[in-house]
Design a protein around this ligand. Structure first.
Ligand code: AMP
Ligand code: ZN
Ligand code: ZN
Length: 403
């Protein structure tokens, strides 16, 4: 090789190296935190100085509207796919899959970690296949290989793992050397959902939990503010649904109305139940269930259109939904809760939160209530990714972004 050629190649390699470093320095970061069951108005109940500071320097939605049913698994998976539960297939926290004759349960590790159950394309798959490294600390679905892909960094769910150590790991990920560092980080805390169920959403225990979570957010935002990449991080906090108070006086016991032998299968937890009647009991059983007070019963294809729910084969023949504030229990042995969710997503108590701060977001801006299926397109926009087909419409939320 002639000397001149060598020099030219060296210059080209040098310039490519510089442009790679410059590109890497420009690449944005997105950190998405979910606080399970954080109702839209909890921040009005107690002082939340750390969340207030995020809102002051960023965006707050009036509320975040979950999909139906307003439960944890369907909604976490809607947030990361932009699909309603009927479309992505996680139609409830637990369901029967007639195509494989298998059951999905959140307590069944094998099912939760099996990519077969998860339709659509979660954001970490979109990111990884487009060359963006991702990490997940307990986001629903991230323990499974979906379309042959997992986040580069992920954890097996451990309910009791201390919150503060989750923060430390997220910060550790954001401090990795550039070539290993994730640009998309999702993480999850199971509160205030647990306290909302156990104590009820209008209690001092719940208020204490909100104060504690706000202090954790303060710890986290302080730690990210000290990172060299702080200015490039878009930090978003969401919840999957809200919570409503329940009383022991407003309970419908199914055992008062039905004969279990009428059905091949009954699936569900308050407030949504699925029924698969045996063919010979179809009429009799429907008649027995359809006029029960404080619940509604539909054939799956006749569910209200506003829920975009009922065509998936994992939803059984009939669907029963409790009226807001009422509980459906199988029988008198069932444990009652002080709070629950899963109800109609137009019921404001079911709405969650959306707060966001970072270079892409406007300052001190309030976005009207929007649906959580819009978040997938937002994440794609923030990370310069091409979104997979989804139910969202980016136009509906882009007003929260700096042009
Ligand atoms: P629910 O309130 O019934 O809709 O579900 C909330 C529960 O889901 C929380 O208490 C968590 O413990 C549980 N949960 C969240 N993520 C996972 C996961 N990846 N695997 C198993 N359970 C989970
Ligand atoms: Zn939840
Ligand atoms: Zn819950």
């Amino acid at each position: 090789m002639k000397n001149q050629q060598r020099i030219l190649i060296t210059i080209i390699l040098f310039l490519t190296g510089i442009s790679f470093i410059l590109c890497a320095q420009d690449k944005p970061y997105v950190v998405l935190l979910s606080l399970d069951g954080f109702r839209w108005d909890y921040i009005n109940k107690v002082p939340t100085p750390n969340i207030d500071s995020i809102i002051l320097h960023g965006v707050k939605a009036e509320s975040l509207k979950p999909g139906f049913p307003t439960k944890t698994f369907p909604n976490h998976y809607s947030i990361v796919t932009g699909l309603y539960p009927d479309f992505h297939g996680i139609v409830a926290n637990g369901f029967y899959d007639p195509e494989t004759n298998r059951e999905y349960r959140i307590s069944n590790r094998e099912a939760v970690e099996d990519g077969y159950f998860y339709g659509g394309e979660p954001i970490w798959v979109t990111a990884e296949i487009q060359g963006v490294t991702s990490a997940s600390y307990f986001w629903v679905g991230s323990e499974a290989e979906i379309q042959g892909t997992r986040p580069t960094y992920w954890k097996k769910y451990d309910h009791n793992f201390p919150f503060i150590q989750r923060i430390d790991t997220v910060i550790y990920w954001l401090q990795l050397p550039e070539e290993k560092r994730p640009h998309l980080v999702l993480w999850y805390l199971d509160e205030p959902d647990g306290t909302g169920h156990y104590s009820g959403p209008e209690t001092d225990n719940l208020k204490k939990q909100i104060v504690y979570l706000d202090s954790l957010i303060g710890v986290f935002t302080h730690k990210i503010s000290e990172l060299p990449i702080a200015e490039r991080i878009n930090f978003i906090i969401v919840s999957d649904h809200g919570m409503t108070s329940l009383s022991d006086e407003k309970v419908v016991y199914l055992s008062d109305y039905l004969n279990e032998s009428w059905f091949e299968r009954i699936e569900g937890w308050n407030p949504v139940f699925f029924f698969q009647p045996r063919p010979q009991y179809e009429t009799e059983s429907f008649e027995a269930l359809k006029d029960i007070e404080h619940v509604c019963l539909w054939a799956k294809e006749e569910l209200p259109e506003k829920w975009y729910y009922g065509s998936n084969s994992r939803i059984l023949r009939w669907v029963m939904v409790a009226d807001n504030g009422w509980q459906i229990k199988l029988n008198k042995d069932s444990r009652l809760s002080k709070g629950d969710h899963g109800y109609d997503n137009d019921f404001k108590d079911m709405h969650g939160i959306f707060f966001a701060v970072g270079p892409a977001f406007k300052d001190n801006y309030t976005q009207p209530t929007f649906e959580n299926i819009q978040i997938y397109n937002l994440l794609c926009y923030l990370l310069n990714l091409t979104p997979a087909p989804n139910n969202g419409n980016f136009e509906e939320i882009k007003s929260m972004l700096i042009e």
